[in-house]
Ligand binder design. Structure first.
Ligand code: MCA
Length: 502
């Protein structure tokens, strides 16, 4: 499994750099093994047991990575949390997951203590001082020597990742060791990961993209990952041009910024073995702009939290503009009629459904939602619309679900609408995504104010930021007297988009 491959690299190449944060010292595979063992020893000293949830809300730093790997190593369930979550969202994730332990930045103690004090399952918050500087120095008292048996049951849950829902609060998607391993093996084969690869890692690590696809990818190959603390386009472009790297993964907003920064200059990046784009559709102009400016063809792929990666353009062969490629090794994909779930012929648009050993186990304590996620014959309903061409390439054609993707992050309108409805001046609202060149889409709130209420648009946006992570908050507020509705009284969002997304 993935952890076995990592353990082999730690044994066989202990002096090779596994990771290095920009500006920090290299962390060899031997160092990484010691840090993971110390972290595991610490977790066990607290009585953390297999199946317990260990939540981590830290910036991008070494302790995040070592606690991630150590949690999975002892059979517990790793729950990463975006540092941008405001207290109300955090409270929900910690309560719903019944996490026993939270590992967090000491700077957030005043915010976190009142939340965790009220949670019955919460045992402890381990605060790390300056997590970006100190590494895990405070763990020096714990043993780095003990060898912990690695989980051997592929069905054992390794990670829990919250995904929002179209009709409900976020759900914890349970990803097993077997899921992670199946997906990383597929990617290894399809993308030709090599031990001499050097990954430039500029993604956040609290999502599947940055944590699993990028970081696990490099570690599984015994390669080296160089990590930027945050995405700074100028820094990343300079590093990419330095010829020290072979792999880079980004979302379209990142690629857009790199492309715009080049502003017409030709910068040769053809030495890069692999540059991928995902988490949102890659616009055609960016695909061609990259070829022209950087002399490289981006490889677009398609995945989701519940599965990791599903489809990919080929490493060798045609990387087709507007296409997310073909199923990865071990992955099956089909296009079905969204009503009848009958398979559709090539060239027709329907829902994309996925099967394979990488597909998640289900949602945490939500058997009905888990059942609803699958067709009667066991295919995962992605909620994405797509089409298969006769030669096997798939392309995405919109969404069956009410979802906005901004900067590669999913925002579910009902979640924003719920927050808006808590504002006393809002009588009714509808949240839509409007196309945006930089972000892909922009969150826009269309509001009917309470009778006689004065609505301050800036205050509405600020109110949302108190209750939601900032990227979910509306960028624009539009006031209306009424909504277009269908015969059943349902708001017609397509009409709102046609009217207001100009
Ligand atoms: C930051 N802001 C955003 C977003 N990110 N607004 C909308 N959408 C966003 N995604 C806002 C901040 O709140 C802030 O607003 C302002 O933009 C600048 O914030 P900053 O932190 O400086 O932004 P940034 O560092 O420039 O971040 C942009 C980014 C980042 C680098 C594109 O969003 C990012 O790393 N996106 C990648 C997300 C990702 O990894 N997705 C994978 C999900 P203000 O100034 O008003 O406060 S996994 C997935 O989707 C599946 C599995 C898959 O297929 O990969």
């Amino acid at each position: 499994m993935f952890l076995d491959a990592l353990a082999d690299h730690c044994r066989n190449q202990p002096d090779k750099p596994a990771l290095q944060f920009i500006g920090g010292p290299p962390v060899t595979y031997g160092d990484l093994a010691r840090s993971i063992n110390r972290s595991a020893d610490y977790l066990l000293s607290l009585g953390i047991e297999p199946g317990d949830r260990v939540a981590v809300q830290l910036p991008k730093c070494l302790p995040f990575i070592t606690f991630h790997l150590a949690t999975m190593q002892i059979g517990a369930i790793f729950l990463p949390l975006n540092p941008a979550y405001p207290p109300s969202e955090l409270r929900y994730f910690l309560a719903d997951s019944a996490a026993r332990l939270l590992i967090a930045d000491a700077e957030d103690q005043a915010k976190l203590d009142p939340i965790t004090a009220a949670l019955p399952h919460h045992q402890k918050t381990a605060y790390i001082h300056k997590p970006g500087d100190s590494g895990a120095d405070w763990l020096l008292d714990y043993s780095a020597q003990r060898d912990y048996p690695l989980p051997s049951d592929p069905d054992q849950t390794a990670m829990m990742l919250y995904t929002s829902g179209t009709t409900s609060r976020p759900k914890g998607a349970l990803i097993s060791h077997g899921n992670l391993t199946a997906n990383i093996r597929s990617l290894h084969e399809a993308w030709g990961w090599r031990a001499d690869d050097v990954l430039l890692h500029a993604l956040p690590i609290f999502h599947v993209h940055g944590l699993v696809v990028a970081l696990h990818g490099a570690l599984h190959a015994g390669a080296t990952a160089i990590l930027c603390l945050a995405f700074d386009a100028a820094e990343v472009l300079e590093l990419l041009a330095s010829r020290r790297f072979s792999v880079f993964m980004g979302v379209p907003t990142m690629h857009r910024r790199l492309y715009q920064l080049a502003s017409g200059r030709r910068i040769d990046l053809s030495h890069m073995r692999l540059m991928t784009s995902g988490s949102d559709r890659l616009p055609d102009d960016l695909f061609f702009g990259y070829q022209e400016t950087f002399n490289i063809t981006l490889l677009e792929r398609y995945g989701m939290t519940e599965t990791g990666m599903n489809l990919s353009n080929p490493l060798q062969g045609e990387r087709r503009v507007g296409s997310v490629g073909m199923p990865l090794p071990g992955v099956s994909a089909r296009i079905v009629d969204p009503e009848t779930e009958a398979s559709l012929p090539d060239g027709q648009v329907g829902e994309v459904q996925i099967k394979g050993a990488h597909v998640f186990k289900g949602y945490w304590r939500q058997p009905e939602k888990t059942a609803a996620a699958f067709s009667p014959d066991g295919w995962l309903r992605t909620g994405d619309m797509g089409m298969r061409e006769a030669d096997g390439y798939f392309s995405l054609k919109g969404r069956a679900k009410d979802l906005i993707i901004t900067g590669g992050l999913n925002v579910y309108p009902p979640e924003v609408e719920l927050a808006l409805m808590r504002h006393p001046a809002v009588a009714a609202c509808a949240v839509i995504g409007c196309p945006d060149k930089e972000w892909g889409e922009q969150v826009v709130a269309v509001i009917i104010p309470q009778h006689g209420a004065r609505v301050d648009e800036a205050a509405i946006c600020a109110f949302c930021r108190e209750h939601l992570a900032a990227y979910k908050a509306p960028r624009r507020v539009i006031l209306v007297d009424d909504f277009p509705r269908n015969a059943l009284g349902k708001i017609q969002k397509a009409k709102l988009r046609a009217q207001f997304c100009t």
